[in-house]
Design a protein around this ligand. Structure first.
Ligand SMILES: NC(=O)c1ccc[n+]([C@@H]2O[C@H](COP(=O)([O-])OP(=O)(O)OC[C@H]3O[C@@H](n4cnc5c(N)ncnc54)[C@H](OP(=O)(O)O)[C@@H]3O)[C@@H](O)[C@H]2O)c1
Length: 409
């Protein structure tokens, strides 16, 4: 890479983020030059209808990948690094499915690979975890890493809207895609949590090792009853160390009001990082959007203009576990007759599940039982719920949502 001349940036993708990035880099060129002593210039743009990858690669010091997807993106990114070019990407699919291959290629090519825009938009979770907290022993990360679902749940909470109504509104506001599947099923958040787990624990967690559950089945009732118990509902990603292993999940969860993520509303994202050395740090801000993500991508480009490179160390083999302890909320529609609560409590007790709080409401000859449990192994709780579902007085399939208990006083 010649020093002194312009720093040549090849841009792959010119859609929502790519076009915003090209604009922002032009706008900020003077300020960047004043800061790092070199001018950043676009050396070529690739879309489906214009540009040639090999030609752009030849003329670039760094490749910004904003095409998304795996194919041909993975090939382009690997080729760029093999040719000694730094890469900046916002592609969570690529990193959560081929992360180790991509990190290895960066190491072999002795180039930088930066990806702040891949998780939580402009919230600097990647930088803080891989630089500021590089010496901290991170025990757990909780994140609201999908703005679409956070917006939908916030609207359901604020207005009592159904899931379908809130989704339509999110689509109208541009917060949800026409096909919202990746977001509402939790898959998008799962990919981001796999990336955060890689950085937090130095464990190679692939997307298919993250269990995820979405928000499609959440009802206004769940939210209304939770309010009675002092809880608010979020789609939460969790990545934690458990007995020498690593567990990564995404699930709708109730949070007590003083949890740092409980007040993160709308399309915002937030990440809470826990380590004995620091207690807890929560970072929050806009989770997506062309300009916001482009700003994170440009920050990575500026960092890459200044050596030394920052790459996570090679992953070490670690066990990934899926059956872990959670607190649960259980919502039952039952016949209103004596002994119902006692029978439910007995089954829970047999599986080692203890009840923390109960709300019971009579509705004519039916009743609604809403309970929060103390932490218990998920398999034990699910076994109890399977038995409860078969009781003759249970009118509908039981509803189960996790509850996150921690607060940091
Ligand atoms: N949108 C956000 O708010 C956001 C936030 C965080 C991260 N991201 C990530 O940023 C990346 C880009 O997202 P986006 O929303 O900007 O996507 P987008 O609007 O769909 O733009 C994709 C761009 O890539 C080009 N492209 C796609 N496949 C190509 C191929 N095979 N060859 C050449 N060009 C190709 C498209 O070309 P055409 O113009 O010819 O179609 C388009 O210019 C994704 O990895 C996404 O996950 C997005």
């Amino acid at each position: 890479m010649p020093d002194g001349g312009p720093f040549r940036v090849g841009l792959l993708g010119h859609g929502t983020v790519g076009a915003a990035f090209a604009r922002l880099m032009k706008e900020r060129a003077d300020a960047i030059e004043a800061e790092v002593g070199r001018r950043a210039e676009l050396s070529g743009v690739l879309t489906r209808s214009r540009g040639d990858f090999a030609d752009i690669l030849e003329r670039s010091d760094l490749i910004v990948e904003l095409m998304g997807g795996l194919d041909p993106t993975r090939d382009y990114v690997l080729r760029a690094m093999a040719a000694g070019r730094h890469v900046v990407t916002a592609n969570k699919q690529l990193l959560s499915q081929h992360g180790e291959e991509v990190f290895d290629a960066a190491r072999r090519g002795q180039v930088q690979l930066r990806f702040e825009g891949a998780v939580a938009g402009v919230v600097p979770a990647i930088r803080v975890m891989s630089e500021t907290l590089a010496a901290a022993h991170i025990e757990r990360v909780h994140g609201i890493v999908n703005g679409t679902t956070n917006y939908i749940l916030s609207q359901m909470t604020a207005t009592g809207a159904t899931y379908a109504e809130a989704l339509r509104e999110a689509q109208g506001m541009g917060y949800a895609e026409a096909d919202p599947t990746e977001d509402v099923t939790g898959k998008d958040a799962a990919a981001k949590m796999a990336i955060l787990a890689r950085l937090a624990f130095n464990a190679a967690v692939r997307l298919d090792e993250v269990s995820y559950e979405g928000i499609e089945r959440i009802t206004p009732d769940d939210i209304a009853y939770a309010k009675d118990l002092g809880l608010s509902l979020k789609l939460v990603g969790s990545a934690e160390r458990i007995d020498g292993a690593v567990a990564v999940h995404v699930y709708p969860a109730f949070l007590y009001a003083d949890h740092p993520l409980a007040s993160v509303n709308g399309a915002f994202n937030a990440v809470t990082i826990e380590s004995p050395a620091i207690t807890e740090i929560t970072l929050s801000g806009p989770g997506a959007g062309g300009v916001q993500t482009a700003s994170a991508v440009l920050g990575d480009v500026v960092s890459a203009m200044i050596p030394p490179p920052s790459l996570p160390p090679p992953a070490v083999p670690q066990r990934i576990v899926t059956d872990t302890e959670f607190s649960f909320y259980l919502h039952l529609e039952v016949a209103d007759r004596p002994g119902v609560l006692a029978q439910v409590a007995e089954i829970l007790g047999m599986q080692g599940v203890s009840i923390k709080s109960v709300v019971q409401k009579g509705l004519g000859d039916e009743a609604r039982l809403v309970m929060v449990m103390h932490p218990v192994l998920e398999s034990s709780f699910r076994a109890a719920v399977d038995l409860i579902a078969r009781l003759d007085f249970v009118r509908e399939a039981p509803r189960v949502i996790r509850v996150i208990e921690e607060t940091f006083d």
